[in-house]
Design a protein around this ligand. Sequence first.
Ligand code: ASP
Length: 409
Amino acid sequence: MKKSGKKLSLTVKISISLLLGILAGIALQKHSDFAVQYIKPLGTIYLNLIKMIVVPVVLLSITQGIVSLQDIRKVGSIGLRTVAYYVVTTALAVTIGLLFANILNVGAGYVLPSGELSYQASEAPSFIDTIVNIFPSNAFTPLVEATMLQVIVLALFLGFGIILAGEKGTTAVKVVDSFAEVAFRIMDMIIQLSAIGVFALICPVVAQNGPAVLLPLLKVILVAYTGYCVHMLITYSLSVKFVAEMSPVTFFKEMSRPMLFAFSSASSVGTLPFNLETTEKLGVRKEISSFVLPLGATINMDGTAIYQGVCAIFIAQIFGIDLTLTQQITIILTATLASIGTAGVPGSGMIMLAMVLQSVGLPLEGIALVAGIDRILDMGRTVVNITGDASCAICVDAWEKKRENKQSK
Ligand code: ASP
């Protein structure tokens, strides 16, 4: 792992390039074709590289995490607590998003543009199908198609298999360890390209839409960011304070580096090395963090859930649709599931928004409206996503320590 000074300077570099990207976008407004044709491809290459490394990193780091726990029952107890924490906090997050969007009337004053809106979304599968689809019928297709929930199932079985193989599994342990290290190194290299990637992603968005177009959507940004901040300050502060007896100030102070990196890269998986390092500094044992964090980077997306809640209400309000309480509860359920299915790479939360809108019959065209500001919303939601993962690692570690203390008495 790199020295922290180097990482800080990279985060500073990324922040500067984000700013430069916005300025260049403003300057290139009249030549947006140039930005789209020549600058955007660099951003696409960067995104492709992140997507390329996501599967090996998640597969290998979760397998490694399980193997390091050495005991299937221990994996079960940690896994249950982790998943329970993730699901409860995510449901809370959507609720906060819905609440703020309703109270602050997120869609008020927005006039629908008369131009055509269109967004192509694929049909969302039913709830039962979603569950069935988590279990792959082939060991390689999930890796090839990057279906992340199936990759997690594969990692779980691989990890359990290695533990059960005992002596004979030691070569597999070494292979996983070694390849996990290699995957992290590759990710380090890709992260080094973040400054260029971030510049190339934001510049064409601003050049094409112009800052003025974003203005009417400012309220969506403000409401979403209010939700992000409230959820982090209340939910995570309380959980680290009461479960792990850790001062929230210490927590957020240490977390500032991964948070800043998540903000500029908009990728939970890309932030994983920073988050692993920071939680270890905060006292979480490696065997816990190496299981909880990669899992969280793939399935725990509180920020995405808040964003989906806010966007659903925004779209309902501007299309003049009144959502009943039952529909809002349906949103809580589907947004929790949708955020689990969201991959930890930039922009994937917006794709899953379609599933939430569909569940209550809201017009999918609404996504086209928020697409222009997606990057700005994505940066904030990724910060919440990774902070949630870290708070979970801290709590699970504290719970495990308590359990171990009880057992040793
Ligand atoms: N970019 C987010 C993440 O990586 C996912 C999303 O698009 O909501 O955590």
